[in-house]
Design a protein around this ligand. Sequence first.
Ligand SMILES: [Zn+2]
Length: 63
Amino acid sequence: MNRSDFERACREQNAEADKRRSDARKDSAPCVVVTMFAFGGIPYCQTHGVMGPCPYGTQRGSK
Ligand SMILES: [Zn+2]
C-alpha cells in the first residue's frame, strides 16, 4: 500500500465513522460509554463520539 492509498483509506474510514456517529445521533442509539483514563477518567461515548455527558443517547434509569 503506498502513501496516497493509505491516506485515502484513512479518509474513507473517517467518513464512515462520521456517518455512523451522525446516524447514531439521529436514531438515539444507546450510548457505549468508556472511561478515558488518559484524560483524567472522564466518560467518552463511543457511539456518538462525545466526551463528557452525552446528550444524544437514550437515557435510561435516570431521574
Ligand atoms: Zn452517546
